[in-house]
Design a protein around this ligand. Structure first.
Ligand code: GDP
Ligand code: MG
Length: 163
């Protein structure tokens, strides 16, 4: 498969908010082969005339972080397997957490382009906070606000260059 962008990251960083901003049309989340509903949401998006599919992960999250090993790992790995580009989302409000580091370790294993997207950079002070996410070890950190849309054009330009 190609032209698939997966949004991964711990709960509450704003993945679904960004997904909803990107997609024009949401797709069914049924996995026909197994007959079970998948916990990944698919949507169609386009930018600069290029069409792509976006996968939002983590709709299953119950609020507990204890399920990381069993559920999130499985879901994220499946999404990463399908993706051509990975958006690894983190949160400028809370800053870097241990769970972010767990996700980083999973994402790092995948040999695909990874963009760290520091969301909730709603003002210059919060954007400045995003610097700490370079500690995750990826080349570049994009700061965005999914709520206002600021910064989202820059990351989309970068994504479609890789599709
Ligand atoms: P997910 O669990 O990663 O899918 O996160 P959600 O998209 O459900 O968002 C979690 C919370 O963060 C919600 O209350 C959102 O309204 C809020 N949120 C998302 N994006 C932003 C943002 O750019 N700025 C701020 N201040 N809040 C945001
Ligand atoms: Mg969500």
């Amino acid at each position: 498969m190609s032209n698939i962008v997966a949004i991964v990251g711990r709960p509450n960083v704003g993945k679904s908010t960004f997904f909803n901003r990107l997609v024009e049309k949401k797709q069914a989340i049924m996995d026909n082969e197994s007959g079970v509903t998948r916990d990944r949401q698919y949507g169609e998006a386009q930018w600069n005339g290029k069409k792509f599919t976006v996968i939002d992960t983590g709709g299953y999250v119950t609020g507990s972080e204890d399920i990381f090993e069993s559920e999130i790992r499985k879901q994220v790995k499946e999404a990463l397997g399908e993706a051509s580009v990975i958006l690894f989302m983190v949160d400028c409000h809370t800053g870097l957490t241990d769970l972010d580091k767990d996700f980083a370790n999973i994402v790092r294993e995948v040999k695909k382009p990874v963009y760290v997207v520091a969301n909730k950079a709603d003002n210059p002070e919060k954007s400045f906070m995003a610097g700490e996410f370079y500690a995750l070890g990826f080349d570049e950190v994009f700061t965005i606000s999914s709520a206002s849309g600021s910064g989202t054009g820059e990351i989309l330009d970068e994504i479609v260059n890789h599709l």
